[in-house]
Design a protein around this ligand. Structure first.
Ligand SMILES: Nc1ncnc2c1ncn2[C@@H]1O[C@H](COP(=O)(O)OP(=O)(O)OP(=O)(O)O)[C@@H](O)[C@H]1O
Ligand SMILES: [Mg+2]
Length: 326
């Protein structure tokens, strides 16, 4: 990370214990290419928050500032269970910051690095929650533009039917669409290009369908362990997004039916018009395509010589009733 992206207060550890706007910094949670995220205490409401401090160079970029203020306002206005609630976005000492709900858990990047490809049901549950967040944003005319595993926070779910609760974060915080043409400038950090849609690369206007493409790449990775396009260098990767067909997913997941490949062909289509119109449509098509594979174990179990299992035993307290009835 170049020196000018260091926060002005100095080394990150020096911020711990400091007060920034109305927050007391407690510890660093993580950092990306253009921000550092801290766990902090909201001193007014006495609650824990995640405080994101953006690199000072971004505060000096007028276009970024305008979009930051507009998009954090729109993102804060969307009340959705899968979007990290934004409490406040502002500027202090020449530093842009966002205070948002602190989500305990890990991001999808860390989860995939630790666990590798996920079983289909888990991948499907995670995809459905990201899709729901994105479609809600699109309904507010907000395009995320930077859907990637690092922006998907995975917290513990409520029960065994919902083992994980997924939050999408960082709406409109990408630098990519501002500076892709200059991405080779020495020291300029653009972030990962693994999930970027062809129209973002070529500078054409983007709408929600660029998020459909990125979601397609993310779901591909949750199922295989790697994004669809992997190349030696950035130029080759950008070329691949624009012109190369994605490899069939079933080459790496032969346990899934080939119908799944067609779904990814549509999600990852080079032209937005050829993609699914919404993220929900993509996830629904994916689940339908994968359904035969998921039904197989039950069918096999039921098709055996044994009789299908009878009704479960009644609980102890109900036995007298059943005995009388029987
Ligand atoms: N609301 C939050 N609650 C808990 N942890 C968070 C929250 N927001 C972000 N984080 C953590 O902080 C890390 C750094 O976030 P940041 O957005 O700066 O980087 P990134 O998304 O990985 O990369 P990039 O800068 O390219 O967007 C995240 O990966 C995540 O683990
Ligand atoms: Mg992020």
């Amino acid at each position: 990370m170049p020196a000018d992206r260091e926060l002005p207060q100095g080394r990150p550890s020096e911020l711990v214990g400091r007060r920034i706007a109305g927050y007391r910094v407690e510890r660093e949670i993580g950092r990306g290419g253009m921000a550092v995220v801290y766990r902090a205490r909201d001193l007014r409401l006495d609650r824990t928050v995640a405080l994101k401090l953006l690199a000072p160079e971004l505060a000096r970029n007028d276009l970024f500032r305008q979009r930051f203020s507009h998009e954090s306002r729109v993102a804060a206005a969307i009340d959705h269970p899968n979007i990290v609630p934004v409490f406040e976005a502002g500027e202090t000492e020449g530093l842009l910051y966002i205070a948002m709900r602190y989500v305990p858990g890990q991001d999808l990047r860390v989860l995939l690095d630790r666990q590798g490809p996920l079983p289909f049901p888990a991948a499907g549950r995670i995809a459905a929650q990201i899709a729901s967040a994105l479609d809600a944003a699109h309904a507010h005319e907000l395009v995320h533009r930077d859907v990637k595993p690092g922006n998907v926070l995975v917290a513990e779910g409520t029960d065994s039917d919902h083992p994980e609760h997924v939050y999408l974060t960082d709406f409109g915080l990408t630098k990519k669409s501002l500076s892709l043409t200059g991405f080779t400038t020495a020291g300029q950090f653009v972030g990962t290009l693994d999930y970027v849609a062809p129209e973002q690369i070529s500078g054409r206007p983007v709408d929600g369908r660029c998020d459909v493409y990125s979601l397609g790449c993310v779901v591909f990775e949750t199922l295989t362990g790697a994004p669809p396009f992997r190349r030696e260098d950035d130029m080759a990767l950008l070329w691949a997004h624009q012109y190369d067909p994605a490899p069939p997913l079933t080459e790496q997941r032969p346990d899934l039916p080939e119908a799944v490949d067609e779904v990814f062909r549509t999600a990852l289509a080079k032209t937005p018009e050829d993609r699914f119109a919404s993220c929900a449509q993509f996830v629904a098509a994916l689940r339908t395509a994968a359904a035969p594979a998921r039904r197989t174990p039950t069918q096999v179990a039921g098709a055996g010589p044994q009789a299908p299992p009878g009704p479960p035993e009644p609980p102890g307290w109900a036995r007298p009733v059943f005995r009388r009835a029987g």
